[in-house]
Structure formats: structure tokens, C-alpha cells
Design a protein. Structure first.
Length: 192
């Protein structure tokens, strides 16, 4: 009878940049694959969003997820096959994590951070939608057009009135300029 060896593995999973719009779906995709083969996830987190060294399937940027998990050695082939067949995962690398202790792996837990990021993004999207999208009905548009129409007819009259008043002010201006000139005329010094 053969013994089943349970090993601790470290896995890096690369998704296209489009996965940033659905981080929850991308992380759940990996977790589902791990669950299918009976892996016990020790920790899982979004590692980074980076520019790739070279384009992979037309993608110049990618989102990396890092996971530590326990898995039976004979199930590794099945996991690798499933990840290779997945159309969502661009690349993956799985190695044994003998160099880390279990405490170090648990310290890398980041599922709460993914949930917080998802919550922040959904809040930002709802705020953006509230400020940028305004649904109007036909009655709202007609009311707005009626409110704008009188303002347009009043505006030309308002511009005519100041020009008519400005003309008399110009004729008075030369007289006003002459008066200070007379006052400013120097007086002849008194003979001493």
C-alpha cells in the first residue's frame, strides 16, 4: 500500500489586466481549482498588478495572485492540467514551499485585503455612477428647454441697454476731463 504525501506548495497565478475589474472572480477561479483537487489553502492574496516583461496573449500588464496551499503530491498533475486548460489564467508557477514556515505563510494571508479592495472599488463605481449619470424623462427635458428659452430672449435686450447708456457717458467724458485741467493750471508765482 502506498503512502500519500501531503506537501506545502507556493503558487503564483497570472491573470490579464482585465481581471482587475473582477478581482473577486479571478481569485475565486484559482480557489475553485484548488478546491477541486482537494487542496487546503493556507493563505491567498493579490500580490501585484504589474507590467509584463513581454506581451503574453496580447496582454502587456497582468495581475498576480500568490497562494500557499497543502496538497497531496499525486494531485499536482491534475491541478496543473486544469490550470493549463483554463482560459482565464495566463501563466502559473507552482513550487514546493519548504523554505517557509507555516507561520510565515499564514502571515501572508490577504483574502480580507481582496475583499476590502472589492468593496472600495464597488463604492467608487457607485459614487461615479451617481455623479455622472442622470436619467431624464421627456417632461424633464421639455421643462429645461422652457426654462432656457426665456433666458435667451432676455439676454439680447440686456446687451442693448448698456450700449445706449454708454453713449451719453462718452459725450460727458471730455467735459469732465477739461474741468480738472483748468483747476490744475499753475498759478503764477507772486513777485517778491
Amino acid at each position: 500500500m502506498s503512502e500519500i504525501t501531503i506537501n506545502i506548495y507556493e503558487g503564483m497565478f497570472l491573470f490579464p489586466q482585465s481581471a482587475t475589474s473582477d478581482l473577486g472572480g479571478a481569485s475565486q477561479h484559482v480557489l475553485d481549482h484548488l478546491e477541486k483537487v482537494g487542496a487546503e489553502v493556507v493563505s491567498f492574496k493579490k500580490w501585484d498588478d504589474r507590467r509584463l516583461a513581454y506581451p503574453i496573449k496580447g496582454n502587456k500588464r497582468g495581475v498576480y495572485f500568490l497562494g500557499f496551499f497543502k496538497l497531496a503530491g499525486d494531485q499536482m498533475r491534475t491541478l496543473e492540467r486544469n490550470l493549463l486548460l483554463s482560459e482565464e489564467v495566463l501563466r502559473f508557477l507552482i513550487t514546493r514551499a519548504d523554505h517557509l514556515t507555516l507561520e510565515q505563510m499564514e502571515a501572508a494571508e490577504g483574502r480580507e485585503a481582496i475583499a476590502d479592495e472589492l468593496k472600495a472599488r464597488s463604492q467608487q463605481k457607485s459614487d461615479d455612477l451617481e455623479t455622472s449619470v442622470r436619467v431624464t424623462t421627456r417632461a424633464d427635458r421639455e421643462t429645461a428647454e422652457e426654462a432656457d428659452a426665456p433666458a435667451e430672449t432676455e439676454a439680447p435686450e440686456a446687451t442693448k441697454a448698456p450700449t445706449e447708456e454708454a453713449a451719453p457717458a462718452e459725450t460727458e467724458a471730455p467735459e469732465a476731463m477739461e474741468a480738472p485741467a483748468e483747476e490744475a493750471a499753475p498759478e503764477e508765482p507772486a513777485a517778491s
